[in-house]
Design a protein around this ligand. Structure first.
Ligand SMILES: [Zn+2]
Length: 176
């Protein structure tokens, strides 16, 4: 057992040296990822860094994370608290699990609506109803638009959020 640990430590050390060498290579674009602590609505690490999708969730090796790109998000119609509540929903509903990833294309729109529902309930429970109402107003102002081809429209998302926060909408939990 002790030997195994030594081998493991040695590999880590070797990797550090190698990545150090890579960082010194000026032809490699410098990309920095900053760990920002835990998300407000779940026990998931928030990392700031480049992400074409703006914000997304994953759990590589079982380590749950939300990757958030402030530059991309600045141009998207979302309030931060809503984004993190929504991403926590993806984690809470196991969309980032192995099974969830294997079935990512499948059920995509329904997963987005389920994460919205989970997030809406989390915001209300946290006393952040004002955030939700502001987010609803934004979505309602562009009902026919959608964040991407596979996403539900903002109008549909607003209906879902409203129904989950103030109506009898329930989180769908078996979409992974
Ligand atoms: Zn989502």
């Amino acid at each position: 057992m002790a030997n195994l640990w030594l081998v493991a430590l040695a590999s880590v050390a070797l990797l550090s040296i190698e990545s150090g060498a890579t960082l010194a290579d000026t032809s490699t674009p410098q990309v920095s990822y900053e760990v920002k602590g835990k998300a407000a609505f779940c026990d998931v690490t928030v990392i700031y860094g480049p992400n074409d999708r703006g914000a997304s969730s994953s759990a590589p090796g079982g380590r749950a994370a939300i990757l958030y790109d402030p530059d991309v998000m600045a141009n998207l119609p979302y309030l931060d608290a809503f984004v993190f509540a929504h991403e926590c929903g993806h984690h809470a509903l196991n969309h980032t699990s192995m099974v969830g990833l294997l079935r990512e294309g499948h059920l995509f729109e329904m997963k987005e609506l389920a994460a919205d529902c989970w997030g809406a309930k989390a915001l209300v429970a946290a006393g952040q109803d004002h955030v939700l109402r502001q987010q609803l107003e934004i979505f309602r102002s562009m009902p026919g638009e959608r964040p991407g081809p596979r996403y539900p429209s903002f109008g549909k998302r607003a209906d879902q959020i409203e129904n989950c926060a103030y109506g009898d909408g329930e989180v769908v939990t078996d979409l992974y």
